[in-house]
Design a binder for this molecule. Structure first.
Ligand code: ATP
Length: 286
Protein backbone atom coordinates (compact mmCIF):
# COMPACT_ATOMS: atom_id res chain seq x y z
CA UNK A 1 0.00 0.00 0.00
CA UNK A 2 1.03 3.52 -0.70
CA UNK A 3 2.03 5.73 2.19
CA UNK A 4 -0.12 8.84 2.45
CA UNK A 5 1.78 11.99 1.53
CA UNK A 6 2.49 14.30 4.39
CA UNK A 7 0.77 17.10 2.56
CA UNK A 8 -2.53 15.39 2.13
CA UNK A 9 -3.58 14.20 5.51
CA UNK A 10 -5.53 15.97 8.21
CA UNK A 11 -3.88 15.66 11.59
CA UNK A 12 -5.41 12.64 13.30
CA UNK A 13 -5.54 14.42 16.66
CA UNK A 14 -7.35 17.40 15.19
CA UNK A 15 -10.26 18.83 17.21
CA UNK A 16 -12.38 21.83 16.20
CA UNK A 17 -12.55 23.02 19.83
CA UNK A 18 -8.78 23.42 19.94
CA UNK A 19 -8.78 26.01 17.19
CA UNK A 20 -9.92 28.89 19.43
CA UNK A 21 -12.42 30.05 16.83
CA UNK A 22 -15.89 30.92 18.08
CA UNK A 23 -19.21 31.08 16.30
CA UNK A 24 -18.11 29.65 13.00
CA UNK A 25 -19.03 26.02 13.43
CA UNK A 26 -21.22 25.98 10.35
CA UNK A 27 -18.70 27.85 8.20
CA UNK A 28 -15.95 25.60 9.42
CA UNK A 29 -17.81 22.42 8.71
CA UNK A 30 -18.64 23.75 5.23
CA UNK A 31 -15.02 24.62 4.54
CA UNK A 32 -14.06 21.27 5.87
CA UNK A 33 -16.49 19.36 3.71
CA UNK A 34 -15.82 21.30 0.54
CA UNK A 35 -12.12 21.90 0.80
CA UNK A 36 -10.49 19.30 2.95
CA UNK A 37 -12.52 16.13 2.73
CA UNK A 38 -10.26 15.12 -0.16
CA UNK A 39 -7.22 15.48 2.09
CA UNK A 40 -8.27 12.45 4.05
CA UNK A 41 -7.28 10.32 1.03
CA UNK A 42 -3.72 9.59 0.03
CA UNK A 43 -2.97 11.25 -3.33
CA UNK A 44 -2.83 8.00 -5.30
CA UNK A 45 -6.29 7.03 -4.14
CA UNK A 46 -7.65 10.53 -4.60
CA UNK A 47 -6.55 10.44 -8.26
CA UNK A 48 -8.10 7.01 -8.82
CA UNK A 49 -11.50 8.18 -7.71
CA UNK A 50 -11.13 11.43 -9.62
CA UNK A 51 -10.78 13.82 -6.71
CA UNK A 52 -8.53 16.83 -6.99
CA UNK A 53 -7.33 18.63 -3.94
CA UNK A 54 -8.71 22.12 -3.62
CA UNK A 55 -5.96 24.62 -4.46
CA UNK A 56 -7.53 27.82 -3.31
CA UNK A 57 -10.08 29.20 -0.90
CA UNK A 58 -11.55 32.69 -0.73
CA UNK A 59 -12.64 33.89 2.71
CA UNK A 60 -14.75 37.02 2.52
CA UNK A 61 -16.75 39.15 4.92
CA UNK A 62 -16.54 42.16 7.22
CA UNK A 63 -13.31 43.08 9.03
CA UNK A 64 -12.38 41.47 12.34
CA UNK A 65 -14.50 38.35 11.91
CA UNK A 66 -11.60 35.93 12.16
CA UNK A 67 -10.56 35.36 8.55
CA UNK A 68 -6.86 35.58 9.34
CA UNK A 69 -7.36 33.38 12.36
CA UNK A 70 -9.13 30.74 10.26
CA UNK A 71 -6.49 30.85 7.55
CA UNK A 72 -3.75 30.21 10.09
CA UNK A 73 -5.69 27.51 11.87
CA UNK A 74 -6.36 25.69 8.60
CA UNK A 75 -2.60 25.44 8.30
CA UNK A 76 -2.33 23.85 11.73
CA UNK A 77 -5.16 21.50 11.05
CA UNK A 78 -3.49 20.29 7.85
CA UNK A 79 -0.09 20.07 9.46
CA UNK A 80 1.24 22.54 6.91
CA UNK A 81 4.46 24.52 6.82
CA UNK A 82 4.31 27.93 8.56
CA UNK A 83 2.11 29.96 6.17
CA UNK A 84 3.56 32.73 4.07
CA UNK A 85 1.49 35.87 4.41
CA UNK A 86 1.29 38.57 1.78
CA UNK A 87 -0.84 41.67 1.70
CA UNK A 88 -2.37 43.31 -1.39
CA UNK A 89 -1.57 46.99 -0.73
CA UNK A 90 1.95 46.04 0.34
CA UNK A 91 2.58 44.22 -2.92
CA UNK A 92 1.42 47.26 -4.85
CA UNK A 93 3.26 49.93 -2.90
CA UNK A 94 6.39 48.48 -1.49
CA UNK A 95 7.52 46.40 -4.35
CA UNK A 96 6.57 48.40 -7.41
CA UNK A 97 8.46 46.96 -10.32
CA UNK A 98 9.28 43.70 -8.60
CA UNK A 99 5.90 42.41 -7.58
CA UNK A 100 5.99 39.56 -10.09
CA UNK A 101 9.30 38.53 -8.66
CA UNK A 102 7.79 38.57 -5.18
CA UNK A 103 4.92 36.33 -6.22
CA UNK A 104 7.41 33.97 -7.82
CA UNK A 105 9.38 33.85 -4.58
CA UNK A 106 6.25 33.05 -2.60
CA UNK A 107 5.80 29.85 -4.57
CA UNK A 108 9.50 28.96 -4.82
CA UNK A 109 9.78 26.89 -1.64
CA UNK A 110 6.76 24.82 -2.55
CA UNK A 111 8.09 24.27 -6.06
CA UNK A 112 11.48 23.23 -4.78
CA UNK A 113 10.05 20.83 -2.25
CA UNK A 114 7.67 19.27 -4.74
CA UNK A 115 10.55 18.70 -7.16
CA UNK A 116 12.66 17.08 -4.47
CA UNK A 117 10.07 15.08 -2.60
CA UNK A 118 7.08 14.68 -4.91
CA UNK A 119 4.05 13.38 -3.04
CA UNK A 120 6.03 13.45 0.18
CA UNK A 121 6.29 17.22 0.12
CA UNK A 122 4.75 19.14 3.01
CA UNK A 123 1.76 21.37 2.34
CA UNK A 124 2.57 25.04 1.71
CA UNK A 125 -0.02 27.65 2.53
CA UNK A 126 0.01 31.15 1.09
CA UNK A 127 -2.29 33.66 2.73
CA UNK A 128 -3.10 36.64 0.53
CA UNK A 129 -4.73 39.34 2.66
CA UNK A 130 -6.65 42.25 1.09
CA UNK A 131 -6.60 40.47 -2.24
CA UNK A 132 -9.02 43.06 -3.68
CA UNK A 133 -6.22 45.64 -3.69
CA UNK A 134 -4.38 43.94 -6.54
CA UNK A 135 -7.57 43.31 -8.47
CA UNK A 136 -8.86 46.87 -8.42
CA UNK A 137 -6.31 48.00 -10.92
CA UNK A 138 -6.76 45.20 -13.36
CA UNK A 139 -7.60 46.49 -16.81
CA UNK A 140 -7.54 50.06 -15.57
CA UNK A 141 -4.30 50.88 -17.39
CA UNK A 142 -6.00 53.49 -19.57
CA UNK A 143 -7.23 55.32 -16.51
CA UNK A 144 -3.70 55.81 -15.25
CA UNK A 145 -3.38 52.53 -13.34
CA UNK A 146 0.16 51.28 -13.06
CA UNK A 147 -0.74 47.80 -14.24
CA UNK A 148 1.07 46.32 -11.27
CA UNK A 149 -2.17 44.73 -10.11
CA UNK A 150 -2.57 43.13 -13.55
CA UNK A 151 0.79 41.51 -13.45
CA UNK A 152 0.29 40.25 -9.89
CA UNK A 153 -3.04 38.68 -10.81
CA UNK A 154 -1.58 37.16 -13.98
CA UNK A 155 1.34 35.79 -12.06
CA UNK A 156 -0.97 34.24 -9.48
CA UNK A 157 -3.05 32.67 -12.24
CA UNK A 158 -0.02 31.22 -13.94
CA UNK A 159 1.22 29.78 -10.65
CA UNK A 160 -2.17 28.25 -9.86
CA UNK A 161 -2.64 26.56 -13.20
CA UNK A 162 0.90 26.38 -14.47
CA UNK A 163 2.30 23.50 -16.48
CA UNK A 164 3.84 21.72 -13.51
CA UNK A 165 0.80 21.75 -11.33
CA UNK A 166 1.65 22.17 -7.71
CA UNK A 167 -0.20 19.69 -5.54
CA UNK A 168 1.41 20.93 -2.39
CA UNK A 169 0.00 24.47 -2.44
CA UNK A 170 -3.08 25.93 -0.83
CA UNK A 171 -3.75 29.60 -1.54
CA UNK A 172 -6.09 31.34 0.89
CA UNK A 173 -7.31 34.71 -0.36
CA UNK A 174 -9.04 37.13 1.98
CA UNK A 175 -11.13 40.20 1.31
CA UNK A 176 -13.85 42.44 2.68
CA UNK A 177 -15.03 43.02 -0.91
CA UNK A 178 -15.72 39.86 -2.84
CA UNK A 179 -17.27 41.93 -5.64
CA UNK A 180 -13.84 43.44 -6.35
CA UNK A 181 -12.10 40.12 -6.89
CA UNK A 182 -11.14 39.36 -10.46
CA UNK A 183 -13.50 36.70 -11.81
CA UNK A 184 -10.62 34.85 -13.40
CA UNK A 185 -9.21 34.15 -9.94
CA UNK A 186 -12.44 32.59 -8.72
CA UNK A 187 -12.76 29.83 -11.29
CA UNK A 188 -12.43 26.11 -10.75
CA UNK A 189 -8.90 25.01 -9.94
CA UNK A 190 -8.10 28.47 -8.55
CA UNK A 191 -9.81 30.12 -5.56
CA UNK A 192 -12.65 27.70 -6.05
CA UNK A 193 -14.17 27.43 -2.59
CA UNK A 194 -15.80 30.67 -1.45
CA UNK A 195 -16.71 31.04 2.18
CA UNK A 196 -18.52 33.99 3.66
CA UNK A 197 -17.42 34.75 7.21
CA UNK A 198 -20.04 37.04 8.69
CA UNK A 199 -20.58 38.73 12.05
CA UNK A 200 -21.25 36.23 14.84
CA UNK A 201 -24.78 35.63 16.14
CA UNK A 202 -25.58 35.61 19.86
CA UNK A 203 -24.45 32.03 20.36
CA UNK A 204 -21.25 32.74 18.45
CA UNK A 205 -20.57 35.84 20.52
CA UNK A 206 -20.93 33.81 23.68
CA UNK A 207 -18.45 31.24 22.35
CA UNK A 208 -16.00 34.03 21.45
CA UNK A 209 -16.42 35.60 24.92
CA UNK A 210 -15.66 32.21 26.44
CA UNK A 211 -12.55 31.82 24.32
CA UNK A 212 -11.19 35.26 25.15
CA UNK A 213 -11.87 34.91 28.90
CA UNK A 214 -10.36 31.43 29.20
CA UNK A 215 -7.13 32.63 30.79
CA UNK A 216 -8.78 34.94 33.31
CA UNK A 217 -11.21 32.20 34.30
CA UNK A 218 -8.42 29.65 34.69
CA UNK A 219 -6.47 32.09 36.87
CA UNK A 220 -9.48 32.84 39.06
CA UNK A 221 -9.56 36.47 37.89
CA UNK A 222 -13.15 36.46 36.68
CA UNK A 223 -15.70 37.25 39.39
CA UNK A 224 -18.81 35.11 39.74
CA UNK A 225 -21.11 37.97 38.75
CA UNK A 226 -19.85 38.09 35.15
CA UNK A 227 -22.65 36.82 32.96
CA UNK A 228 -21.34 35.88 29.53
CA UNK A 229 -24.73 35.05 28.06
CA UNK A 230 -25.97 38.50 29.08
CA UNK A 231 -22.86 40.06 27.50
CA UNK A 232 -23.50 38.08 24.33
CA UNK A 233 -26.95 39.72 24.19
CA UNK A 234 -25.46 43.18 24.73
CA UNK A 235 -22.86 42.91 21.98
CA UNK A 236 -25.10 42.77 18.91
CA UNK A 237 -23.18 43.55 15.69
CA UNK A 238 -19.81 43.16 17.41
CA UNK A 239 -17.14 41.34 15.43
CA UNK A 240 -14.85 38.79 17.07
CA UNK A 241 -12.07 41.39 17.08
CA UNK A 242 -14.35 43.85 18.88
CA UNK A 243 -15.29 41.23 21.46
CA UNK A 244 -11.62 40.52 22.05
CA UNK A 245 -11.11 44.29 22.50
CA UNK A 246 -14.01 44.43 24.95
CA UNK A 247 -12.43 41.77 27.17
CA UNK A 248 -9.09 43.59 27.15
CA UNK A 249 -10.72 46.88 28.00
CA UNK A 250 -12.74 45.28 30.86
CA UNK A 251 -9.47 43.94 32.31
CA UNK A 252 -7.89 47.35 32.20
CA UNK A 253 -10.90 48.92 33.97
CA UNK A 254 -10.61 46.24 36.65
CA UNK A 255 -6.92 46.95 37.00
CA UNK A 256 -7.56 50.67 37.39
CA UNK A 257 -9.98 49.91 40.25
CA UNK A 258 -7.39 47.77 41.98
CA UNK A 259 -4.44 50.10 41.73
CA UNK A 260 -4.72 52.07 44.91
CA UNK A 261 -2.21 54.74 44.07
CA UNK A 262 0.43 53.19 46.33
CA UNK A 263 4.02 52.39 45.49
CA UNK A 264 5.19 50.51 42.45
CA UNK A 265 6.20 47.67 44.79
CA UNK A 266 2.58 47.36 45.94
CA UNK A 267 1.44 47.01 42.35
CA UNK A 268 2.00 43.26 42.14
CA UNK A 269 -0.16 42.74 45.26
CA UNK A 270 -2.85 44.87 43.64
CA UNK A 271 -2.70 42.71 40.54
CA UNK A 272 -2.76 39.52 42.61
CA UNK A 273 -6.01 40.68 44.26
CA UNK A 274 -7.56 41.85 41.06
CA UNK A 275 -10.93 40.47 39.94
CA UNK A 276 -12.81 41.41 36.81
CA UNK A 277 -16.48 42.07 37.51
CA UNK A 278 -19.57 42.52 35.38
CA UNK A 279 -19.36 46.27 36.03
CA UNK A 280 -15.97 46.34 34.28
CA UNK A 281 -17.48 44.74 31.22
CA UNK A 282 -20.40 47.18 31.30
CA UNK A 283 -18.05 50.16 31.55
CA UNK A 284 -16.01 48.76 28.68
CA UNK A 285 -19.21 48.40 26.64
CA UNK A 286 -20.04 52.00 27.34
P1 ATP B 1 -9.53 41.84 8.67
O1 ATP B 1 -10.54 41.68 7.58
O2 ATP B 1 -9.59 43.17 9.35
O3 ATP B 1 -8.14 41.40 8.31
P2 ATP B 1 -10.08 39.33 9.95
O4 ATP B 1 -11.44 38.86 9.57
O5 ATP B 1 -8.91 38.69 9.30
O6 ATP B 1 -10.02 40.90 9.86
P3 ATP B 1 -8.81 38.54 12.38
O7 ATP B 1 -7.59 39.34 12.13
O8 ATP B 1 -8.73 37.09 12.18
O9 ATP B 1 -9.99 39.15 11.52
O10 ATP B 1 -9.38 38.84 13.84
C1 ATP B 1 -8.69 39.66 14.74
C2 ATP B 1 -8.71 39.05 16.13
O11 ATP B 1 -10.05 39.04 16.64
C3 ATP B 1 -8.28 37.60 16.15
O12 ATP B 1 -6.90 37.45 16.30
C4 ATP B 1 -9.02 37.06 17.38
O13 ATP B 1 -8.35 37.40 18.56
C5 ATP B 1 -10.32 37.86 17.36
N1 ATP B 1 -11.39 37.11 16.67
C6 ATP B 1 -12.00 37.47 15.52
N2 ATP B 1 -12.94 36.56 15.18
C7 ATP B 1 -12.91 35.59 16.10
C8 ATP B 1 -13.62 34.38 16.30
N3 ATP B 1 -14.58 33.99 15.45
N4 ATP B 1 -13.32 33.62 17.39
C9 ATP B 1 -12.36 34.00 18.26
N5 ATP B 1 -11.65 35.13 18.13
C10 ATP B 1 -11.92 35.93 17.08
Amino acid sequence: TRRPAANSVIRPDFKFEDLGIGGLDKEFSDIFRRAFASRIFPPGLAEKIGIQHVRGILLYGPPGTGKTLIARQIGKMLNAREPKVINGPEVLNKYVGQSEENIRKLFADAEKEQKEKGDESGLHIIIFDELDAVCKQRGSGAGGGTGVGDSVVNQLLSKLDGVDQLNNILLIGMTNRKDMIDEALLRSGRLEVHMEISLPDEFGRQQILKIHTTKMRENGKMAGDVNLSELAKLTRNFSGAEISGLVKSASSFALQRHIKGGTVAALSDDVADMQIHMEDFLRALD
